[in-house]
Design a protein around this ligand. Structure first.
Ligand code: GTP
Length: 598
């Protein structure tokens, strides 16, 4: 196919505005999938994704469409993850395209993530086609949605396309608009190869399957390619296009989207955003925008029984094969024994990994409260990045500490602004702007310390706004901050896995609340347990858990043995998530309690 007839595009949308439904319709109308093949929303092909309704990783698919001008076009749809944790991947996917469909729910209007992703698309000079979805809903307000697109995003919405992805209304118009409005890719077929990696995944038979967009030159079977960020070289065993599966072709010229295989053993060799070039005839410069993404949130993962340690290691290795942003290293906790310190892009990424370990690999996990990475500068001038509270140096050695900051944009109906301002203040937020987008909608920009937003911030924001607020953020760097380590002691023993790093201003209050919370969460034992909170050597709070009085089975009025057994079984089940720490049994919730105290 001629390059003039190729269109590369993605879909930008806020969660639940209908991206997967629209993608599905496009596949259907172009005959890419038939009714029989249709699985609920093809593009989200991981179970977990479907359940959470979040597109986690990018995927791509090639559609063939005969337009009204009688010509056949090749449309490459590159899907993007819809969550802020994956914004780097979104930016790489967008830079593989010439255009983007901006999908807005007609009953919800523009939301925070839409804004962030539109800015990314504008940075990449993409042609943006506004589409107003869910026009079938009685609450749809197409005109107001158009106004919002113009006011908030400064995009001309006069030619916005009204559609109902669910009912299949207006889908042809979308396809025509893709063909007519989005420019064909350009690129020099004869220049040295430059292709952008926008996704990759691991196949146990073929090695890494690398998704790429060719900008210059041609990639073909048999060629030796070089990854420009690492210099590693691989022989191309196969190139192909992405239909519903992988379809080999002899070569992929400039402008096209497809994949290649090269017996690559590790996905970490196929970094998203990297440039693939021809090893024998390399390009001078890589494509712009490559970043080595670093995890921002860390947490300790421990098997709830020691015998699962090896299984946990193997499972993490398997997950990391397909997720180059997941990092892990062995960690030895005095309280919890051997486990792993894992790094994640953000909280959602963390939850996904933990859930997959438990569900797919059947591991009962004990997880410690997530922490951000602090920069600690010692008196001798040395710098260290610390993500594990247990490794935080002694106060007397520290010159100063810096914490990571984010810039958040929050969209909220004007009725709820008061609640958000209060929450932001509680979380050490600094207001950067407050703007009325209409008489009913407000956009707030705030600087927050990242650690204040990983403490159930999103839930609090939702409950302060009855679920109407939307939130997005970007990292903006480090700032000096007065951070201290709060320790929890059980019967006089400090428990490393319960330590937390928090702002000094809040440390006394938090310490007291945390001790109270521990008293509620730790069940009575056969003996009295003293819970203490301490900063440095100073104990700031003490609570006492009185000893257990009765045997649990005493409730069963003697006789009924099956009930008794059931109760014991249940107790055993509960024990899975209990951990013997010294002499004290501590439940999983206690390790996360620091996230629950205000
Ligand atoms: P994420 O994968 O979470 O990013 O969501 P998404 O944007 O892909 O949304 P999805 O396609 O899963 O749609 C979200 C919900 O909106 C689903 O319940 C869809 O059935 C519904 N939906 C999508 N399009 C329409 C539409 O045109 N009309 C109506 N009434 N509902 C729609």
């Amino acid at each position: 196919m001629k390059i003039e007839n190729v269109r590369n595009f993605s879909i930008i949308a806020h969660i639940d505005h209908g991206k997967s439904t629209l993608a599905d319709r496009l596949l259907e109308v172009t005959g890419t999938i038939t009714e029989r093949e249709k699985v609920d929303q093809i593009l989200d092909d991981m179970d977990l994704e479907r359940e959470r309704g979040i597109t986690i990783k990018s995927h791509a698919v090639r559609l063939l469409y005969t337009a009204k001008d009688g010509q056949e076009y090749q449309l490459n749809l590159i899907d993007t993850p819809g969550h802020v944790d994956f914004s780097y991947e979104v930016s790489r996917s967008l830079s593989a395209c010439e255009g983007a469909l901006l999908l807005v729910d007609a009953s919800q209007g523009v939301e925070a993530q839409t804004l962030a992703n539109v800015y990314l698309a504008m940075d990449h000079n993409l042609t943006i086609i506004p589409i107003i979805n869910k026009i079938d809903l009685p609450s749809a307000d197409v005109e107001r949605t158009k106004e919002q697109i113009e006011e908030i995003l400064a995009i001309d919405a006069s030619e916005a396309l009204p559609v109902s992805a669910k009912q299949g209304i207006g889908i042809e118009n979308v396809l025509e608009a893709i063909v007519r409005r989005i420019p064909a890719p350009t690129g020099d077929k004869n220049a040295p190869l430059r292709a952008l990696i926008f996704d990759s995944w691991f196949d146990s038979y073929q090695g890494a399957v690398v998704y790429l967009r060719v900008f210059d030159g041609t990639i073909s079977k048999g060629m030796t390619v070089r990854m420009m960020s690492s210099g590693k070289e691989f022989e191309v065993g196969e190139v192909g296009m992405l239909r519903l599966g992988l379809v080999p072709v002899p070569e992929l010229p400039a402008g096209s989207v497809g994949y290649f295989l090269g017996s690559i053993k590790q996905v970490s060799d196929t970094k998203i955003g990297d440039t693939v070039t021809n090893a024998d005839h390399p390009a001078d410069m890589p494509l712009p925008g490559f970043k080595n993404v670093k995890p921002m949130v860390f947490s300790g993962l421990f098997p709830s029984t020691g015998s699962q340690y090896e299984h946990l290691r193997e499972s993490l290795e398997k997950l990391a094969l397909n997720d180059s942003s997941l990092t892990f290293e062995p960690e030895m906790s005095e309280a919890l024994g051997p486990g792993f310190r894992c790094g994640f892009l953000g909280l959602l990424h963390m939850e996904i990994v933990q859930e997959r370990l438990e569900r797919e690999f059947d591991i009962a996990l004990l997880t410690t409260a997530p922490s951000v990475v602090y920069k600690v500068i010692r008196h001798d001038g040395s710098e260290e990045y610390i993500s594990n509270p247990a490794r935080f140096p002694d106060r007397k050695d520290i010159e100063w500490v810096e914490e990571p900051l984010i810039l958040a944009s929050i969209f909220v109906p004007s009725d709820f602004v008061g609640g958000v301002l209060k929450l932001a203040q509680d979380r050490r937020g600094v207001q950067k702007s407050l703007q009325y987008l209409s008489s009913t909608k407000v956009m707030l920009a705030y600087e927050f310390p990242l650690n204040e937003t990983i403490m159930d911030f999103y839930d609090k924001l939702k409950s302060a706004t009855r679920g109407y607020a939307s939130f997005d953020y970007e990292y903006i760097g480090y700032r000096k901050s007065d951070i201290v380590k709060l320790d929890i002691l059980l019967n006089g023993e400090p428990i490393d896995a319960l330590s937390a790093l928090i702002h000094n201003e809040k440390s006394y209050y938090r310490g007291r609340e945390l001790a109270k919370k521990m008293r509620q969460l730790i069940p009575r034992q056969l003996f009295e347990v003293a819970v203490q909170a301490a900063i440095g050597t100073k104990v700031i709070a003490r609570e006492t858990i009185p000893p257990m009085r009765k045997n649990v089975t005493a409730k069963c009025y003697g006789g009924d043995i099956t009930r008794k057994r059931k109760l014991l079984e249940k107790q055993k089940e509960g024990k899975k998530r209990m951990r013997q720490v010294g002499r004290v049994e501590v439940p999983q919730e206690a390790f996360m309690a620091v996230l629950q105290v205000e």
